[in-house]
Design a protein around this ligand. Structure first.
Ligand code: S3P
Length: 166
């Protein structure tokens, strides 16, 4: 079963923080997007272009069902916790769900550096998604960490402190 689950908007640092947490907890990290890429032998961007977001969401649920049963730190994609079925899957294991919260300004800066985000093409929608999704993340999470102006090491330390309390 997953030991710790990271959720948050794209660019909130789930992959980086997940890797560092996994090192500290001495278990592997599993990045849900990476698993989708590996299983489907296609980049996330290509999946969005070729079969569309709706189909991607189905692949994401399939991958999540696999990932949740592994002894890992699980970094989810930003959209994964939005679907009700995925929320049920995420809550089905006894792992703290950690919401990495970053200001929209910070997110924008980070994703502008990386053109591989398929949703970046619809930048106008992004802020609306951000607002809506942050409510869902907050509702789902056991731990919320604000990441703006904090180094990855500091974020990891803050999570582990709260993780010990749970
Ligand atoms: C998405 C976030 C991405 C990836 C896909 C869709 C989203 O993951 O799953 O591009 O809907 O927010 P990251 O949050 O890891 O970038």
């Amino acid at each position: 079963m997953a030991k710790l689950i990271l959720i948050g908007f794209m660019g909130s640092g789930k992959t980086t923080i997940g890797r560092l947490l996994a090192e500290k907890l001495a278990i592997p990290q599993l990045d849900l997007d990476a698993l989708i890429v590996q299983e489907n032998k296609q980049s996330i961007n290509d999946i969005f272009t070729e079969v569309g977001e709706e189909h991607f969401r189905k692949m994401e649920t399939v991958a999540l069902k696999k990932a949740i049963n592994q002894n890992v730190v699980l970094s989810t994609g930003g959209g994964a916790p939005i679907k009700k079925l995925n929320q049920t899957i995420l809550k089905s294991v006894d792992a703290p769900i950690v919401f990495l919260n970053a200001e929209f300004k910070t997110i924008e800066k980070r994703i502008n550096r990386d053109a591989s985000w398929p949703l970046l093409k619809r930048i106008a929608e992004l802020k609306q998604r951000y607002i809506k999704q942050n409510f869902i993340y907050r509702d789902l999470a056991d731990i919320e960490i604000t990441t703006d102006r904090k180094s990855p090491d500091l974020i990891v330390e803050a999570i582990l402190e709260k993780y010990d309390e749970i």
